[in-house]
Design a protein around this ligand. Structure first.
Ligand code: NAP
Length: 295
């Protein structure tokens, strides 16, 4: 198995990318620099994370050819609408310091304003046609959002980035993605959302799961490495986040062991069917107090 996946439009991306959600801006450039030195070539950020500028800084500091790095970012809902989303591209590209964005995706469906979600996606299609982005996609889309999108737009999303870890595997979303030729990209791939500080005392970290721990011990690997390997063997893209150099390196060091079919099935069976993040159908993200500033 190599660190490579092919999107439905032929674009190659590494299967392991590097996430920067909740990485403080002052830590982000160093984390990105450390990740690139450790071998990552794909960074996942978002306009809403407030650290696109630092992602660009970190990339430039390494001197690695821009063309060798996949930069993925997301349009926040306050920028949905055709003209607004085209302008969101300008804002993100300027902050990142790049002319072209490799993978530009919609951060959330807005079920309460789906017309604006559609207009935003049409703007992504235009950016793709104009060569300003190399692939487009979505995030947190449920099967019925994908179906509605497909009815009203032309380009099949290249990826759908969704919450996915052993405690929440979203089989229906994975099936809908596969049926449409959309790559499933796992956010919180090692279950970050099951232990984010301050997100609720009753959460149970999947890093402490007994089954994952037993499999990790059997391979001389960490629970995080086992979860990442499980995603890769199931054909998914992952974007683990860390600001710690050791853990950054650990999370890409997953190509020297193989999980058995029984181990994969045992991890699949941990699914509890309860999401850690907000239900995309229940929240109205446009009510959240988040506006993306001009560069
Ligand atoms: P995650 O990557 O599953 O977990 C991150 C957490 O795990 C951090 O607290 C990190 O702390 C810790 N960690 C990292 N490596 C570890 C290891 N080897 N052993 C033990 N702990 C480890 O969770 P995530 O940040 O939620 O998800 C990853 C990325 O997905 C995000 O950064 C973001 O790019 C994306 N995301 C997207 C959405 C969306 O709505 N589209 C939502 C959430 C996340 P340290 O930093 O201290 O190592």
């Amino acid at each position: 198995m190599t660190n490579d996946l092919t999107l439905n439009n032929g674009l190659h991306i590494p299967s392991i990318g590097f996430g920067v959600f909740q990485s403080a801006p002052e830590e982000t450039a160093a984390a990105v620099e450390t990740a690139l030195a450790a071998g990552y070539r794909h960074i996942d950020t978002a306009a809403g994370y407030g650290n696109e500028r630092e992602v660009g800084d970190g990339i430039r500091r390494t001197g690695i050819d821009r063309n060798d790095i996949v930069i993925e970012t997301k349009v926040w809902v306050s920028d949905y609408g055709y003209d607004e989303t085209r302008h969101a591209f300008d804002k993100s590209a300027t902050k990142l310091g790049v002319e072209q964005i490799d993978l530009l995706i919609l951060h959330q469906p807005m079920p309460q304003h789906f017309d604006r979600t559609i207009q935003a996606y049409r703007a992504l299609e235009r950016l793709l046609a104009d060569g300003q982005v190399r692939a487009i996609g979505v995030s947190n889309f449920l099967p019925h959002h994908l179906a509605a999108l497909r009815e009203q737009t032309e380009v099949v999303p290249a990826i759908n980035q969704v919450e996915l870890h052993p405690y929440y595997t979203q089989p229906a979303v994975q099936r809908a993605n596969a049926d449409l030729g959309i790559l499933t990209q796992a956010w919180s791939p090692i279950g970050g959302i099951t232990f984010y500080p301050g997100w609720g005392e009753d959460r149970r970290s999947v890093l402490d799961d007994e089954t994952v721990g037993r499999i990790a011990a059997a391979h001389g690997k960490s629970p995080a490495q086992v979860m990442l390997r499980w995603h890769l063997q199931r054909g998914r893209s992952v974007i683990p986040k860390s600001t710690n150099a050791q853990r950054i390196a650990q999370n890409i060091d997953v190509f020297d062991f193989v999980l058995s079919p029984d181990e994969l099935i045992a991890i699949d069976a941990l699914d509890r069917g309860v999401r850690g993040g907000p239900d995309p159908d229940e929240v109205d993200p446009s009510t959240w107090d988040l506006i993306i500033p001009e560069p």
